[in-house]
Design a protein around this ligand. Structure first.
Ligand code: NI
Length: 253
């Protein structure tokens, strides 16, 4: 079986009903889905989804694009949703996005720090969104002594990978590894130790080859796993088993 460690079911539901998405995932052996919040409303909806579907779990966090909304009220709400709730398995996605810069860098960094602090308090792992902000992400995670960390849709180079592995972080790889021009990411996949690797779709974005242009969904995880199996010269079954075990241990699902 597979685990999709990063899906936005809320956004996918614009393309088809969540019930069907979950069903199609099961048909492809994608038996657990981590549904990721990006703002307070979507956090509440990921939680609804996790109550409705036994195999869906929820990650709560405010995306760097929305960093300006992170205030005492929002943090208290998220804490309230997460506390004593077994379906909440991580804080995320949180981090820094210097590509689109929808909030100022300072605002993003403050929101990131506050949410790391919250994750530590709740004893939950952290799902990091890092776009063009590698060194600040690494610096802040270190300064805030974050330990259980996954870089979602990893986009760093081999030096950053080395840093992450030394610190015990996990690397999550999405659909772009199947793209023809993805040599850099293929090298990263090859260099990532199996015991630190997880799979994700980041659906509805980043649809894998050969379905680019169509909406992405968790049922596409095997396409990513197949490509990684090819890169690592392993059987698909081994990739499925190892990445699933990694995700189970990391998220406690
Ligand atoms: Ni995402």
């Amino acid at each position: 079986m597979f685990i999709d460690t990063h899906a936005h079911l809320d956004l996918c539901s614009k393309n088809s009903p969540i019930e069907q998405i979950v069903e199609r995932a099961k048909e492809k052996d994608v038996n657990i889905i981590i549904d990721i919040g990006i703002d307070l409303d979507s956090c509440r909806r990921t939680l609804d989804n996790s109550f409705r579907y036994q195999n869906v779990y929820s990650a709560l966090g405010i995306h760097p694009h929305e960093a300006g909304s992170v205030d005492a009220y929002v943090l208290k709400e998220i804490k309230g949703l997460a506390k004593n709730n077994k379906k909440v398995v991580a804080i995320g996605e949180i981090g820094l996005d210097y590509y689109r810069n929808l909030s100022s860098r300072e605002t993003q960094q403050t929101a990131f720090r506050k949410q790391i602090e919250m994750a530590k308090e709740l004893e939950l792992p952290i799902i990091v969104h890092d776009r063009d902000a590698h060194s600040d992400c690494l610096r802040i995670l270190k300064e805030e002594t974050a330990e259980k960390v996954v870089f979602h849709c990893f986009s760093g180079d081999s030096n950053m990978l080395k840093d992450c592995i030394e610190r015990g972080y996990f690397i999550s790889i999405a659909g772009p590894v199947t793209f023809q021009n993805a040599d850099k990411l293929k090298d990263i996949a090859a260099a990532t130790p199996l015991e630190r690797l997880m799979l994700e779709t980041d659906c509805p974005f980043l649809t894998p080859h050969p379905f680019r242009g169509k909406p992405n969904e968790p049922s596409m995880i095997p396409l990513i796993a197949e490509k990684i199996a090819e890169i690592k010269k392993l059987e698909l079954l081994e990739i499925a088993e190892i990445t699933t075990n990694n995700a189970k241990l990391f998220f406690g699902v």
